[in-house]
Design a protein around this ligand. Structure first.
Ligand code: GRF
Length: 204
């Protein structure tokens, strides 16, 4: 059984969906740790409600990004974490962390990458006027939302969509995609070949 850590800075709806999926047996892994860089993150409250260890690691206590990431690495290693899931974690990870957990860190982004990376993926899609957007689950590399893509799912942009309505529909698609990607990882069904992820889906 793989040990999963979720890093989140905000609301934590993806975290909630992941923890619920673990409880229902839809993910063959275990969330052992939730870390946030924000004390007030709702994600920490959600984790504690499920009796999952929830840590606030304050960036103010570290001079450089690398120092913060070294602290993250220590905690993740102490808990024997196999997979690090970024769910709205609002910090860029440094090479310190990526090198140690290469191929073991996933992120979810609210657009069909490589379109609209970085902040405000949903806003960028509306402003660009695309008719279809969606979400992408990918492994994390040194770039900004550039790592190998695991799963994507699409969402139609409606003519009268606001940022909020579109964001809401993308969110529900995100939850499904993340659960699937994490479960595939936990069952060793994802192989990274350069930029491509090959999925070896077998019958359960
Ligand atoms: C999601 O939209 C995700 O794509 C982005 O951050 C948001 C996190 O939402 N990376 P939540 O905290 O899981 O509700």
């Amino acid at each position: 059984m793989k040990n999963i850590a979720v890093l989140a800075s905000g609301e934590g709806t993806n975290l909630q969906a992941i923890m619920d999926a673990v409880d229902k047996g839809e993910i063959t892994g275990k969330v052992v740790l939730v870390i946030s860089d924000r004390h007030e993150a709702r994600a920490l409250v959600r984790a504690r409600k499920k009796n999952i260890k929830a840590l606030f690691i304050d960036p103010a206590g570290y001079r450089e990004r690398e120092d913060y990431d070294s602290a993250l690495v220590s905690v993740l290693q102490e808990e024997d974490v196999d997979l690090v899931v970024l769910a709205g974690f609002m910090r860029l990870l440094s090479a310190t962390m990526i090198d140690i957990f290469r191929g073991k860190i996933m992120n979810i982004h609210p657009s069909l990458l490589p379109s609209f990376p970085g902040c405000d993926g949903v806003k960028q899609a509306i402003e660009h006027g695309v008719k279809i957007t969606g979400c992408t689950v990918h492994f994390v590399d040194e770039g900004l939302d550039t790592g190998p893509i695991i799963i994507q799912d699409s969402v139609v942009v409606l003519q009268d969509d606001t940022l909020e309505t579109l964001q809401q529909r993308i969110h529900s698609v995100e939850h499904r995609a993340y659960i699937r990607a994490i479960d595939l990882y936990c069952r060793d069904m994802i192989e990274i070949e350069g930029r491509r992820c090959v999925i070896h889906e077998k019958q359960r």
